[in-house]
Design a protein around this ligand. Sequence first.
Ligand code: PBG
Length: 326
Amino acid sequence: MRYPEYRPRRLRKNGLLREMIRETHLRPDDFILPLFVRPGKGVKKPISSMPGHFQLSIDLLVKEVKEARALGILGVILFGIPEKKDELGSEAYSKDGIIQRAVRQIKEKVDGILVITDVCLCEYTSHGHCGVVRDGRILNDETLELLSRQALSHAEAGADIVGPSDMMDGRVGAIRKILDENQFEETPILSYAAKYASGFYGPFRVAAESKPLFGDRKSYQMDPANGDEALREVQLDIEEGADMVMVKPALPYLDIIFRVKQTFNIPVAAYNVSGEFAMVKAASKLGWVDGDQVMMESLIAIKRAGADLILTYFAKEAAQKIESGK
Ligand code: PBG
């Protein structure tokens, strides 16, 4: 059937019809809210390139998590700014590190929300790289031991899910092993499986104070030009024990999200990263786009591509919009 018998516009005629045949729906529980935690009390330090986001001390972080829960969000992911950084990022795996303390407090004070921890050294090392550095190189195997200790310390503090974001080879297997050896065989791993060396992380690195002091992350994060390689990375992580896999960033990599979802039968998360958020906010502030519309369109596109979960700085705003029925 074709025009004039068939008219696709018939089903777009009004809002009710459009709603009836809509294929993809967003819900607050699709979203995971990233949060930044820093030492102190009563601290709420704005992140200039990420309006509405702050470095929070633990007391205010707990409040923020409660607010997210009240909006129907079921997960937060935590990033820590430590008291002090050193060559080996020792606060990353210390029992009383900023994340370990934050997790204990959230688990004690908030019900019904999952705490995911980001397992990576870059926020804790003085050089800002995600691994152990020797002679200007980022060492893989030496890093695995530190990441394993970090993941275990998060699980011991009460983390519901650990999320390795470092992109070292073999880290998912190493983390699975140490968790299992310590009776955390039921703690899931959400691996940042296909994480690209992206310019879209700019605002995050300011927010998390984690910009590398020399060089870049291209020797461990993926080349934006590669798609097949993402599938190999995902496959390896699944074989090593990942329960969920992530593609990051999201919008410039919708093809990767789609291919991962089509190829593997496993929950797929997509990280709508800081730069994606900042661009929408900036353009909207200038009056160049409608910020709300572009936010919802971006999120639905990520879900339509195949993401089961979306890590996004829009989580609260989008959840609010969905709940208010617009
Ligand atoms: C690394 C990490 C990064 C992000 C999440 N985890 C940054 C990086 O690799 O430099 C970026 C997230 C974002 O841009 O929102 N620990």
